[in-house]
Design a protein. Structure first.
Length: 249
């Protein structure tokens, strides 16, 4: 097989979506770096990618909350990348609103993971993207960030903050050929949603990863996934506050 022309760095490579996306990238002939906290598990995933698809794949230690490590981590990614380095930001924290209300530490950890950690590692990787003269950045946002709901408004606030950060990140680095996509995800059947009741339009991890891979090849800005959430959220955003605030959402 020819040497890869691109490498996908999957931040949150141990997540269900991260693993499924890594399989898509490797099947397309890309090298893969799977990054997260459980290096032993990631090593097994990387070995599977190498054996199954015959592409270079490596596991990397990454902790979103260890901000001091992010610049060194970015340099290590640049050294391992073959061809253009692209990024999938697939890590996150989603405790319930009740947990956040009861324990300030839980709320703080979610904000620090979803906002501070994401902004920190993307900032650390920005020089790598600029030097190589391009790259694709895909982040897993959420429809929860489009309107604050009583049941998960703090989680939604972290995804709204991430969306604004990504808009500025895209504008800042577009002149260097960097393309940024924020995927506004509906519910996906993963460990984050297992404690919840069955949610409408819930996607399987494999179907979601297939859609994310397709969007990553062609889109920038924002895109809903599954696509049904675009009209659904347009309708929800249009509901007047005096009505919305009486709804049990």
């Amino acid at each position: 097989m020819a040497a890869p022309t691109e490498t996908w760095l999957v931040l949150g490579g141990g997540s269900t979506i991260g693993r499924a996306f890594a399989q898509r990238a490797a099947a397309a002939g890309a090298a893969v770096l799977v990054a997260g906290r459980d290096v032993a598990e990631l090593e097994r995933s990387a070995a599977d990618l190498r054996l199954r698809h015959g592409v270079p794949a490596s596991a990397m230690l990454f902790d979103a909350l260890d901000l001091a490590s992010h610049r060194g981590f970015a340099r290590a990614c640049a050294a391992l990348a073959q061809g253009q380095l692209n990024l999938l930001l697939a890590f996150g924290s989603m405790p319930s609103q009740a947990e956040c209300d009861a324990e300030p530490g839980v709320a703080r950890r979610m904000v620090e993971t979803n906002v501070t950690g994401a902004a920190s590692v993307l900032t650390a990787l920005a020089p790598v993207l600029r030097v190589q003269g391009g790259g694709v950045v895909v982040a897993l946002g959420s429809v929860a960030g489009e309107r604050g709901r009583p049941r998960n408004h703090l989680y939604g606030a972290t995804k709204a903050a991430l969306a604004v950060f990504l808009q500025g990140y895209a504008a800042r680095h577009a002149r260097h050929g960097v393309r940024v996509l924020n995927i506004l995800a509906g519910p996906v059947d993963t460990a984050l949603t297992w404690p919840l009741p069955k949610l409408p339009f819930m996607a399987s991890p494999d179907d979601f990863a297939a859609g994310a891979w397709r969007l990553a090849r062609q889109r920038s800005g924002q895109a809903h996934l599954p696509g049904i959430w675009a009209p659904v959220m347009a309708a929800i955003r249009a509901v007047p506050d005096r009505v919305f605030n009486r709804l049990d959402l």
